[in-house]
Design a protein around this ligand. Structure first.
Ligand code: TZP
Ligand code: MG
Length: 217
């Protein structure tokens, strides 16, 4: 069955927010988040494991789903809901073998060729971007723009599509109209740690104009 993706898919960032992953998850859930990705490019695996375990407790208490960026081993050990893989992480079929068929596996793509290739992988959603310029990711691929996002929409079949990179309150709806099923966001939600819940619910409101199951108009 196709993954039921919420319109807004927040990703944690401890540098940007200055908060633990668990605290970010608590505030994002307060603002209405139901699927959250833990991303940490700096913490040692042991530290990320400990932090992710606390964050998972918060998520479970509120029936939210939690994804782990990059680390299939952590996702497996913690029984997280799934893993988000990049182009240099272990292959999706190996991750699927380890995590099983119930796990959610997401996969990052940065151009149309990568997206075409990924349609044959055992993944539950494709991420595509950065659609716009982003200051959050180190050494990002070139911005794709919305035309490329439309191209990906045309080739992706029924695979849910997550747009990422530079998404704001003002461009999120356009990105959904261009073909994304969901927007993954970091800076716009976490830049001001006192406003995480408020900004999360504002982003949900900004993206609520299209029905979840909109057709292929
Ligand atoms: N992958 C592509 S862009 C990006 C990642 C992880 C960062 C997105 O962050 P922001 O702050 O929403 O631009
Ligand atoms: Mg990665």
């Amino acid at each position: 069955m196709s993954l039921d993706l919420p319109k807004v898919y927040p990703i944690t960032d401890t540098y940007l927010s200055g908060l633990s992953h668990a605290e970010q998850v608590a505030r994002l859930i307060e603002g209405g988040a139901s699927l959250i990705q833990l991303r940490d490019k700096h913490a040692a695996p042991r530290e990320f494991y400990r932090e992710a375990a606390s964050a998972l407790k918060v998520a479970r208490d509120h029936h939210a789903r939690l994804m782990i960026n990059d680390r299939v081993d952590l996702a497996l050990a913690l029984k997280a809901d799934g893993v988000h893989l990049g182009q240099t992480d272990i292959p999706a079929d190996a991750a699927r073998q380890l995590l099983g068929k119930e796990a959610i596996i997401g996969f990052s793509t940065h151009n149309i060729q990568q997206a075409i290739l990924a349609t044959s992988f055992p993944v539950d959603y494709l991420a595509f971007g950065p659609v716009f310029q982003t200051a959050t990711k180190e050494n990002p691929d070139p911005s794709t723009g919305q035309t490329a996002l439309r191209e990906v929409r045309a080739i992706k079949g029924s695979l849910p599509l997550v747009a990422i990179g530079g998404i704001t309150f003002s461009n999120a709806l356009d990105v959904l109209k261009a073909g994304a099923d969901s927007v993954a966001v970091i800076a716009v939600l976490l830049g001001d740690p006192t406003k995480i819940a408020e900004n999360m619910s504002k982003m949900l409101a900004a993206t609520s104009w299209l029905p979840n199951d909109r057709g292929t108009d």
